[in-house]
Design a binder for this molecule. Structure first.
Ligand SMILES: [Ca+2]
Length: 89
């Protein structure tokens, strides 16, 4: 894939959801603002085949992602790993 100088993605907002579609019309990212404070509490990333690739969830709505989930291209759940330097409590 070659990076495009001008991304032609489409942002679609509906209720608490904000979906980002790539130039080919496939969903790339889905954000959900559960408590309506303008910060996404859940971000879902998709593989090009439409399967869920990763989930980043702010489960206690404090603005910090505290749960990560990773999936293989076949939709299998991988082991959750926290980014380096991310420590809470
Ligand atoms: Ca929020």
């Amino acid at each position: 894939m070659t990076p495009s100088p001008s991304p032609a993605g489409i942002l679609h907002q509906k209720g608490p959801y904000q979906a980002y579609y790539g130039p080919d019309g496939k969903i790339e990212r889905l954000l959900k603002d559960v408590d309506g404070d303008g910060r996404a509490d859940a971000v879902i990333l998709y593989w090009p085949n439409g399967k869920i690739r990763a989930g980043e969830i702010d489960s206690d709505h404090d603005g910090t992602v505290d749960r990560w989930e990773y999936y293989s291209g076949e939709g299998r759940k991988g082991c959750a790993a926290r980014p380096m330097g991310h420590h809470r409590r």
